[in-house]
Design a protein around this ligand. Structure first.
Ligand code: GDP
Length: 457
């Protein structure tokens, strides 16, 4: 584990030029380093200003020469993000200014922060629990509006609160049975026993609810892998472009992990979609590739949603419906009639159960029906308030173990087992819940979580 007794610094804004770039400094020497490298324009020294006040002045290099005119905020620990003394310099967003500024902080005694080290310090100093610290990462990487709102809710403590309630109810149960162990001669009042069973049942129910909503969390985090298939000229690349340019869509370029193209993502009907094999839709110059039979078969196999496109302005053929049938057998599918701005051709009778069907026009940028159909296939769980979704496999696994512990405790209670048998189970449940918020977390798990962050966060 990196030591806490040194002072760390990093550039906290993304690479590249921007209006503003932020340098962050945190640790026991933050005050001393900031005073050395920042000269306020006014008479008052930096530390004479109130904490967290924005102070205007020059960021200086080791020779005392100005690097940039900046705004500096100094926060005194523990009332800061990391819980330590921290300073933030809002510079002009020039990569050179930021590099020089960082160098100046290093020569004054700071060292380069590691990935996620600011947030890690916030966790170690008790400013955030582990679920909240993870939410910081999720918020930065959110792929949809809903994903961002859940991460913000979790950062504000919604999940921690929920887990805390379960934790505290189980601690009560433990306390009761410990008392029973200490006074073995006294029988437990049957009324009290029923009350304990109710408490355990309620906690199991709460964990069930959390676990049931897990799928939504995964979906928001990873996006639904979506394949766009259809015969040549059905309008696939036009729809793709329309989806990516859809005014209500968020488009991000995430470097693909398996090939060097970018993976395209968009949000439709509030659902984040990860568009599979869009490269295949775009390089239409190659006539063999244009048929794309093999590609679309593979894309359909990976998909969690298949959009099957049929040109509504031409008579649909057997091939179209064969593709549709194949799609329906593989994943939730939507039949998308394209080119809705053109006069429709008659639709032939087909002897199959059709998936939801919508009409779109890429040309007229009319995707409303598709948006609604996608939203309907992946409905938002209104019952789950923002932030109360288990956000990742680690949290899910811990919640699952907690539920198992509670379930075994209930069984033990029902079988009339001795309190000590039950206590072990409840203890296990508590330990699992503790892992969720980081109360009883092991260091290697902590390492893994923070290593996923980037530097400066
Ligand atoms: P792909 O081969 O399935 O990718 O199909 P394209 O997207 O390349 O479209 C084939 C042809 O249909 C092109 O000439 C497009 O301009 C045309 N097209 C695509 N979408 C629409 C639409 O919504 N309306 C009209 N009128 N034409 C469209």
């Amino acid at each position: 584990m990196p030591p806490l007794n040194d002072t760390i610094a990093a550039i906290s804004t993304p690479r590249g030029a921007g209006a503003i770039g932020i340098l962050r400094l945190s640790g026991p020497q933050a005050a001393e380093i900031a005073e050395k490298r920042f000269k306020p324009l006014g008479r008052k020294g930096l530390l004479e200003h109130s904490p967290r006040e924005l102070v205007y002045g020059d960021l200086l290099d080791s020779g005392g020469q100005p690097i940039d005119r900046v705004l500096c905020t100094y926060s005194r620990g523990p009332a800061s993000y990391t819980g330590e003394d921290t300073a933030e310099f809002q510079c002009h967003g020039s990569p050179m200014v930021l590099a020089l500024g960082l160098e100046a902080l290093f020569t004054a005694g700071a060292r380069q922060a590691r990935a996620g080290e600011f947030t890690r310090r916030a966790f170690l100093n008790g400013r955030l629990d582990l679920a909240q610290a993870e939410a910081v990462g999720d918020l930065l990487e959110a792929q949809s509006r809903e994903g961002a709102r859940h991460a913000a809710g979790q950062l504000a403590g919604a999940l921690s609160q929920k887990i805390g309630d379960i934790y505290s109810a189980l601690v009560d149960v433990m306390a009761h049975f410990h008392a029973v162990l200490d006074y073995p001669d006294e029988d437990i009042d049957p009324f009290r026993l029923e009350e304990l069973e109710n408490t355990l049942a309620a906690q199991e129910g709460a964990l069930d609810t959390l676990l049931a909503a897990c799928g939504r969390g995964k979906l928001l985090r990873e996006g639904v892998p979506c394949a766009i298939v259809g015969r040549p000229n059905a309008g696939k690349s036009s729809l793709l472009n329309a989806m990516l340019g859809w005014e209500r869509a968020i488009v991000t370029d995430i470097p693909g992990t398996t090939r060097d193209t970018v993976e395209e993502r968009c949000e439709l009907g509030g659902v984040p979609l990860r568009l599979i094999d869009t490269a295949g839709l775009r390089d239409t110059a190659d006539p063999v590739e244009k048929l794309g039979v093999e590609r679309s078969r593979k894309a359909m196999e990976e998909a969690g949603l298949i959009l099957v496109l049929i040109d509504s302005s031409r008579p649909a053929g057997e091939e179209d419906f064969a593709l549709l049938q194949k799609a329906v057998s593989l994943a939730p599918a939507i039949l998308v009639w394209t080119k809705g701005d053109l006069p429709p051709a008659p639709v032939p009778f087909v002897d199959m159960e059709l998936p939801p069907a919508v009409t779109v026009s890429a040309k007229a940028q009319s995707l409303g029906e598709l948006e609604e159909a996608v939203a309907e296939l992946f409905p938002r769980e209104e019952a789950v308030p923002y932030g109360q979704l288990l956000a990742n496999t680690r949290q899910e696994e811990a919640a699952r173990r907690a539920r198992e512990g509670v379930r075994r405790a209930r069984e033990a209670l029902a079988a009339g087992l001795t309190p000590d048998a039950l206590l072990t189970d409840v203890e296990e449940a508590l330990a699992a819940l503790g892992e969720l918020t980081g109360q009883s977390i092991q260091e290697d798990v902590t390492d893994r979580i923070f290593s996923k962050f980037c530097v400066g966060k």
